[in-house]
Every structure is written in C-alpha cells, then in structure tokens.
Write a protein that binds this ligand. Sequence first.
Ligand code: ZN
Length: 358
Amino acid sequence: MKCVKKSRHLYLGPPEFILTLMNLKEIPKVELHRHLELSVRHSTLRELAPAGGIPVPNDQVFAERFLITEPMVNLGAVLNKFLDTQKLLGSSEILERITYEACWDAYHIEGIRLLELRYAPTFVRQGHEHLSFQQIHDAIVRGARRAQTEVPIAVGLICIIQRILPVKEAEAVTQFAIDNRSTFVGLDLADNEEGFDSKPFAPFFQRAATAGLGITVHSGEANLPKAPRYVKDAIDYLGATRIGHGVQIYRDPEIMSYVKARGVTLELCLTSNWLTQAVTQIQDHPLRRLMEAGVRTTINSDDPGIFNIDLVHEYELLQKHHHFTLAEFDRCNDLAAEASFIPFAEKQKNWPRPLRKV
Ligand SMILES: [Zn+2]
C-alpha cells in the first residue's frame, strides 16, 4: 500500500509537471514561423529521394542527407542538407502534396489551429527553372486549400525575399507577392544578416505594407555583436511588426524595451536556436526572460522536417527546461493568434478563445 502511494505521488509530481505529452498535443496552437521547404514529411522525402538522384538505403543515410540534429559546426554540410531537400521539390504535383501534408500533419499531429507557412520562391525555383514563381505558388495554394477542406485549420502563406540575392531579385519577389496579395498574408526577409544590411530593402517592404501585406523579418538570430541593433533596424527601416527569432535582444536592455514598447512580436524557435548555436543550450534560451519582461513572445518550430522535431517537441522542452505552465502556453498562443497575419475573421473562426484586434 505504501509503495502504491509513493509511486502515485511520483507520477503526479509538482503541479507544473502534470501536463503530459497528450495534454501538450491537445493545446490549441499557433505556428507563425515555419519554412514549408524544410517541413516535408519524412516518408515523403524517402519516397521522392531515389527519383531525385539521392538513394536512401537505410535510416543512417537518410539522417546524413536530410536531417540536422546536432549543433552545426560545418556550415557547408548544413547547406548541402537544405539543397538535398530542395532538389526534390521540382514539380507542381510535389509542391501541392508537401503543402497538403504539412497542413494535415500540423492539425492532426501537433494541434495547430492557425498555421503560417513561408517559402522563398527563389529557393524553390533554384534548379527547377521550368517552374515559374506563379506555378510554384498556385501549387502551394492548391495544397493548402485541399487540406482545409478536410481539417479545420486556418493557413496563411508568407513570401520570403532572400537577402543574399541581388536587390533586383528582391524587387521581382516583392512584386510577385503584391500581385498575389489575395493568397499571401505577409512578406519576410531571410538569410544571414552579417554583411547584408536591411536598409536597401526598405522601399520593397514599404510597398508591400502599403499593399496590405504583413511584415516579418528574420533578425537578431545569430550571436553577432550587432544582432540587437539589426532588430531595431528591421523595425525602423522595414516596418517589421514581427521578428523571426530576435532572440539576441536579451543582451541589450534598451532594445528589449524598444521592442516591447512598439508591441513587436518575436517568433522564437528553441531547437533551431540551439542547432545554429544562437544559444549554447536549451536551458539558456531567453524565451522565459523575454516573456517575463513583457516582450510579446511566441513558440515556433522554424524547420521541423530537417530538424526532426515538431511543435509538441518544442512545448516539451519549455515544460521540462523552463517549467512552462498551461496558462503560459495559452498566453503565448493568444499573442501569436493576435499577431498572425491571417485575416481576423478566419483566425477567430478557428481559435477557441476571443481574440483582440491588434
Ligand atoms: Zn526561419
């Protein structure tokens, strides 16, 4: 009897640990920061790989070619993994399929109710020049719509400009996003910030905002001396209301206050930040510190396919290493739902609690 009592006590644990994996899965979630190209279902990658010239005889080869599960030390090897996945995305049928599967899995496996997927037309098209930006986009839209006929999930697509490409390309991508205003909800700027200043992109982001697109910018991710300053530039010059990562602002109290005062939302991604060594270990991630300082913080997965994670896994990390409670998860999700660029009525239809218009 004594023994049963003891094990029961151990099972329940202190209140902050009683959220089980099943509970975590069932929390209604918002995903604001997920790259479609790097969110491909593993069984689909295995199926497509041989025809794309990448034989996958066993799990080890699959992991070597397609997964990043340890902190990155060799950037060249990482880039190759991105490119291996990208090589397989060479037809409208495949793009429609991976989008459909990403939406379906997000709802059924992760409990996501509002899903923003982003992609870079220039990245998808690389090596697949027979596809136009429009054909790529139309296929992705078809995949998302097909999933939405089957699952109650709101989906918004974000168009990415790659900052490492010539400015002329950025102009073409901006125009493409504006021309497809009815099926894109936002515009993003991605890739390494060092040596690629935000300011030359300012006119494009102004045009996109005027056309009604939401503005989010990858910034303050890598542990660079000027990282917090880059975040301020993204807000001041590009009009970002959301920042992809922004994790490094915790190092600069002034910029942290600025982000808070402007009501800018951070799209934080724990595992991604650890794998890129933006933070040295999950325990050191400043998400809780930023949240408690009043910065609008949200929980996201970035590249779940290639990182071999999903959003439930990120919640587990926050519960285990940062003692997140259900109320704290709900708070981050409500902030994310408010900050989502998906039209308000569609968000509210799919969200279980009343939302504030921001
Ligand atoms: Zn990202």
